[in-house]
Write a protein that binds this ligand. Structure first.
Ligand SMILES: C[S@@+](CC[C@H](N)C(=O)[O-])C[C@H]1O[C@@H](n2cnc3c(N)ncnc32)[C@H](O)[C@@H]1O
Length: 281
């Protein structure tokens, strides 16, 4: 099917410059804590990056970009969200590393053969034309350079989604019934599809491995603080926001009840499953 990819990317650009971008901006420390165990998988795979030139795709508020720069890499953080890039830039100290750029990686005019490595923490699932985007990313990479990113497995494999969906069942639809491959957090749920996209974009030696880790919501702060964060970001927040106040209260009570089973050492904690994807130019 022929896509009007710019029109589709515009939707994602608006999405990441709207309410969702604001939430990722406001709660970026909490999100970093939540995703900590997943970030570590990415960082372990990247390994020693001293002196390397790295593209951070969909860098958001810049957490991974800064970690890599601290480890000696020269980082180019690319993102379409003005809100999140402003956050990233506000953490900048005295030099231009990381170098953050407001751009759409699908068609940005990268310098060809520049990067030793292209990486992403959950920033590559939002392209309407993924093959076109990865071709453009590949062009920016040096010969034999590596691509390393993490992406969510299906909603059904992710407790943080299913608990929310089940708790809100009947009052709100926590997961859209749309095409699961459509641009969005779960677009790369199918590893065969991811393999095909990267192959079509020209990558080789593609390896996709599954990993399960914990997501923490306000770690160590108890049930109510965990539920409060769960209700503020992600699918719960988007769905609760559409309800009248009374229904929102019912939703929060239901979420609280459901989350009691997921409290460990005062931390609301869910299992999450991701794909670690590695490939070479
Ligand atoms: C789930 S967030 C992840 C942000 C960041 N990597 C992190 O882990 O904190 C996805 C990011 O991808 C960015 N993004 C989506 N489509 C993009 C595109 N076509 N080009 C560049 N960035 C894009 C969004 O603006 C958003 O910041």
């Amino acid at each position: 099917m022929q896509h009007d990819n710019m029109e589709e990317n515009q939707k994602q650009i608006a999405y990441w410059n709207g309410e969702v971008g604001k939430k990722w901006d406001e709660y970026h420390h909490e999100i970093d804590e939540m995703l900590g165990e997943f970030s570590q998988i990415l960082l372990d795979e990247i390994g020693d990056c001293g002196g390397k030139s790295i593209l951070d795709i969909g860098c958001g508020a810049g957490t991974i970009s800064y970690l890599l720069a601290k480890n000696g890499a020269n980082v180019f953080g690319a993102d379409v969200s003005k809100t999140l890039l402003a956050n990233a830039q506000s953490q900048q100290s005295n030099n231009s590393n990381p170098n953050f750029r407001l751009c759409d990686v699908t068609d940005y005019g990268f310098t060809p053969n520049e990067f030793d490595l292209a990486v992403s923490r959950f920033g590559v699932m939002f392209f309407d034309d993924s093959v076109k985007s990865f071709k453009n990313i590949r062009k920016s990479m040096k010969p034999n350079a590596r691509l390393v990113f993490i992406a969510w497995q299906s909603p059904q494999e992710n407790e943080w989604i299913m608990v929310t969906k089940n708790a809100l069942h009947g009052i709100a639809e926590a997961i859209s019934a749309n095409n699961p491959d459509a641009p969005g957090a779960f677009a790369f749920n199918n590893p065969e599809r991811v393999h095909a996209i990267l192959t079509d974009a020209g990558f080789r030696n593609i390896e996709i491995t599954g990993h399960e880790r914990n997501l923490y919501y306000n770690k160590g702060k108890g049930l109510n603080a965990g539920v409060s964060l769960l209700a503020k970001i992600g699918p719960a927040s988007r769905n609760l926001a559409t309800l009248p106040l009374e229904q929102q209260k019912v939703g929060i009570l239901r979420l609280t009840e459901a989350c009691k089973n997921y409290l460990k050492n005062e931390s609301l904690c869910f299992k999450g499953k991701i794909w670690l994807v590695c490939a070479e130019k």
